[in-house]
Design a protein around this ligand. Sequence first.
Ligand SMILES: [Zn+2]
Ligand SMILES: [Zn+2]
Length: 338
Amino acid sequence: MKAAVVSNAGPDWEIREVPTPTPGPGEVLVRVRACGLCHNDVLVGQKRFPFLGPGPIITGHEAAGEVVGLGADVRNRRIGDRVGVPWMQGSCGQCAYCATDTSLTGQTAMGCASPRTTGVTVQGGHAEYVVASASGTVLLPDGLSYEVAAPVLCAGYTAWSALTDAAPGPNERVAVVGLGGVGHMAVQYASACGLETLVVTGNPEKAGTARELGAANVVTSGTELAEIGGADVIIAVTPSASQASEALQGLRRGGHFVVSGIFPDGSLDLGPRSTFWARRQRISGSTHAGPARLAEALDLVASGRVTPMFELFSKDRIEEAVTELTRGTSRFRAVITY
Ligand SMILES: [Zn+2]
Ligand SMILES: [Zn+2]
């Protein structure tokens, strides 16, 4: 099969011929039709995340396609099923973490001693075929194309998990910090729920698009957000730790600040003499919140209430897609077809 391989030598992505994998017990073979490109794929490719699988790296945890092969003992998937393969595929079931939690969430991926995570501990979906544990796949809603489903499998899942974890009240105001792959989905999910939604972006050129996505207002910083009354819930999906930290300025008293995603070069900074405690503000983390949340995220897209925006690339143009993502010039998401 053809796969987008990152060699051990460096960060270059290359389409190469590699052996097609065979599904083992409990696993399915998926013919990948589309796979989204996540920031974390690039970080794995740059070796900034350890890749624990054997041989050259095939990243990709937004793979959508159909089941074309079944290993032994697979009862919950059939040949021809349309599925998605997200990041979290399985946990070891034997470690101290698994003794208390066996759910397939991002939390389990970080807590389990030996998790099975797509494109991180096992080969991922930037390839014509991927093997996944059957129970780690998600059935795609009828009528949802593979290309549109792909960005939901991480970006949409992350955004919807953050919003449901933040649990805004029906009349509360939500602000999304960062308008990229995850942020543009978060704005749509929040506004699809009828919430007054604002966007904090350092790029004023994105203001028009933010409004088209459902934002009632667009500001450039947390300070500016505070000037227009602040927000009850702030969802930080920016990779910039400093931008997220500054956005705390826009949180109302009693508000909830949710950090969702990775800061590759820093961490949240409350600043000197922060009095967030006296304002009874909450700061919490969020990650993929389990298959039920993913199914909801997909259903909202299938219903047409939320629409991922992405640029489609054929597999031989993957390097171009990676370059755009690295430079921050891609339009929200790149989806690669295989
Ligand atoms: Zn991702
Ligand atoms: Zn475990």
